[in-house]
Design a protein around this ligand. Structure first.
Ligand code: F6P
Length: 243
């Protein structure tokens, strides 16, 4: 894995945005895998800024989001549908029918998982997958213990993830307990992966990713087996790691 060390969150986000823009501009058709959470917000802001300044076109871009909570309506401010609209889709010229996010409100969740995975295949897989890193090593919503070969599936969120994400909700009780997520198998099939890691609270997780063993109890560890991963990490996240 290649590691790009940055001085702060802004620089990490700028470099990530520039890599995404480079891939968008250098292809006639591209499928992006997108992440949510706090980490990529500034990256999306830079993409929006670039669109205002340079009108980089997203007409040829297709996106698949990693995950969505089960039970939140699309217009709930904490849903990832809302998040993506707010931070990116409403800011660039991407055709809305080229943006895919799991539907966490459907009655047949198992069918939704299967269809989502098939749709990714129809677009020949993900060209560039953006990822954040959970404190417990989760990627997407793949919690510790998730089999490495699993594709899109339903997960029960761990206490640690619910607590970490409670900052976006009013109370811990309001955080949904389940989600649909692309699996680690789906993520590993991406042609290129960009992992963003920012802040002191990710320090231990980054250390474990870089120096620990590959273990289903630490989902991100599998990225060591992917041949095209770039980690962009800021100083706080890198502190005390042996890079
Ligand atoms: O960027 P954050 O908010 O620290 O979250 C890290 C990861 O956790 C998730 O928010 C899921 O809990 C992912 O979407 C994200 O990549």
């Amino acid at each position: 894995m290649k590691v790009i060390r940055t001085t702060n969150h802004q620089e990490m986000s700028k470099i990530a945005a520039n890599i995404i823009l480079d891939r968008i501009k250098s292809s006639s058709h591209i499928t992006l895998g997108l992440a949510t959470g706090g980490t990529p917000i500034q990256t999306y802001a830079y993409l929006a800024e670039d669109y205002l300044e340079n009108q980089t076109s997203y007409q040829h871009v297709v996106t698949f989001n990693l995950d969505e909570y089960i039970g939140l309506p699309k217009d709930d401010p904490n849903s990832y549908h809302y998040y993506m609209h707010q931070h990116l889709f409403s800011k660039v010229n991407i055709p809305r029918d080229q943006t895919f996010i799991p539907n966490g409100l459907t009655e047949d969740l198992a069918a939704e998982c299967e269809t989502y995975e098939q749709k990714i295949q129809q677009y020949n897989g993900i060209d560039l997958q953006l990822l954040g890193l959970g404190k417990n090593g989760h990627i997407g919503f793949n919690e510790p213990g998730t089999p490495f070969d699993q594709h899109t599936h339903i997960v029960s969120l761990t206490r640690s993830t619910i607590q970490a994400n409670a900052r976006f909700f009013g109370t811990v009780e309001e955080v949904p307990k389940q989600a649909i997520t692309m699996g680690i198998g789906s993520i590993m099939e991406s042609k290129e992966i960009l992992l963003l890691v920012s802040g002191k609270e990710k320090n231990q997780a980054l250390n474990k990713l870089l120096h620990g063993r590959i273990d289903e109890q630490f989902p991100a560890s599998i990225l060591n087996n992917h041949e095209n991963v770039t980690i962009i990490a800021d100083e706080d996240a890198i502190m005390n790691t042996d890079i």
